[in-house]
Design a protein around this ligand. Structure first.
Ligand code: ATP
Ligand code: MP5
Length: 266
């Protein structure tokens, strides 16, 4: 069975962060592990509080896993401070997992800042150059590049500009635009467009976390980047369509099980 690791923040309400990542790994028939970078108190209505985990504890968690277990792919989500980002980068450079997908989480759907402004440059300069794929949404891509994105051509330009910052691939996610849900992938040579019909449903908490975890999982399972993104977009589209109406705000996705029989036993 493939072994997946998420390095991210905890969402006690189970919709985003570590909890969404572990549900995705499990739903796709893999074994999930977690390194917690921050604890948030949040629910479907918003984020009430955030406490960072000390960087020595982040390092200790990463070392505990890699000293003992072979990791097939890593996904990084919420990392709020420069010192935690630097620690994660140094640890991953030491342990060298085969695939690294970075979701540059900056602000929650409910509007709470999850990345300190001064940590943005550390994320870009230190972590981006060692990633297989970085998956910004539109506001994140705008913040990374200090530009405005209003349509598909802007997304393509942004994907190329973020690629120039060092990652092997960039997926600019279009969930925040109107019309079809279009994501743009650039790998240094080719732009690939992934389109799915927009689902007009309310429960979309954790879509970005779920997509990046699903991509890391499909890379670990042996799919190339384009196929991994395509399969993961299918997964997240179905998960949004079956979103769960719990809480008073934006509810979570439904992580239905989708095993790959040929890989479950290896
Ligand atoms: N209403 C929707 N219908 C169909 N697909 C969607 C919808 N909203 C987002 N998506 C898709 O979900 C994935 C995540 O995109 P999005 O831009 O929402 O990321 P995000 O903002 O990081 O997510 P989050 O809601 O967790 O912050 C993308 O593949 C996007 O195209
Ligand atoms: C711990 C954690 N990580 C990521 C998100 C972003 O998810 P969303 O944009 O759906 O709020 C979040 N709210 N909490």
């Amino acid at each position: 069975m493939k072994r997946l690791l998420t390095i991210a923040g905890s969402d006690c309400s189970g919709g985003a962060g570590i909890q969404a990542d572990l549900k995705t790994f499990s739903a796709l028939g893999t074994y999930g592990m977690s390194v917690i970078t921050a604890i948030t108190a949040q629910n479907t209505q918003g984020v009430d509080a955030v406490v960072d985990i000390d960087k020595t504890m982040v390092k200790a968690q990463i070392d505990a896993i890699f000293e003992d277990i072979v990791v097939d792919a890593v996904k990084v989500g919420m990392v709020s401070s420069s010192e935690i980002i630097l620690q994660i980068t140094n640890s991953l450079l030491e342990w060298l997992p085969p695939f690294l997908v970075v979701d540059p989480v900056m602000v929650s759907t409910s509007g709470r800042r999850l990345l300190k402004p001064e940590a943005k440059n550390t994320l870009i300069k230190e972590l981006f150059p060692i990633t297989t794929l970085v998956t910004p949404n539109i506001p994140e891509a705008e913040t990374i590049l200090d530009t405005k994105i209003v349509g598909i051509e802007d997304m393509e330009r942004a994907a190329k500009a973020i690629y120039a910052l060092g990652p092997k691939g960039v997926l600019v996610k279009g969930g925040h635009l109107l019309g079809d849900a279009v994501d743009i992938f650039y790998d240094g040579t080719t732009i690939t467009k992934f389109t799915s019909p927009r689902i007009y449903k309310k429960n979309t908490h954790g879509t970005g976390c779920t997509l990046s975890s699903a991509i890391a999982t499909h890379l670990a399972l042996g799919f190339d980047l384009v196929t991994a993104i395509s399969k993961s977009k299918d997964y997240v589209t179905k998960a949004i369509d079956c979103g769960i109406a719990i809480g008073k705000g934006v509810g979570p996705l439904h992580h239905f099980h989708q095993f790959y029989p040929s890989t479950v036993s290896d």
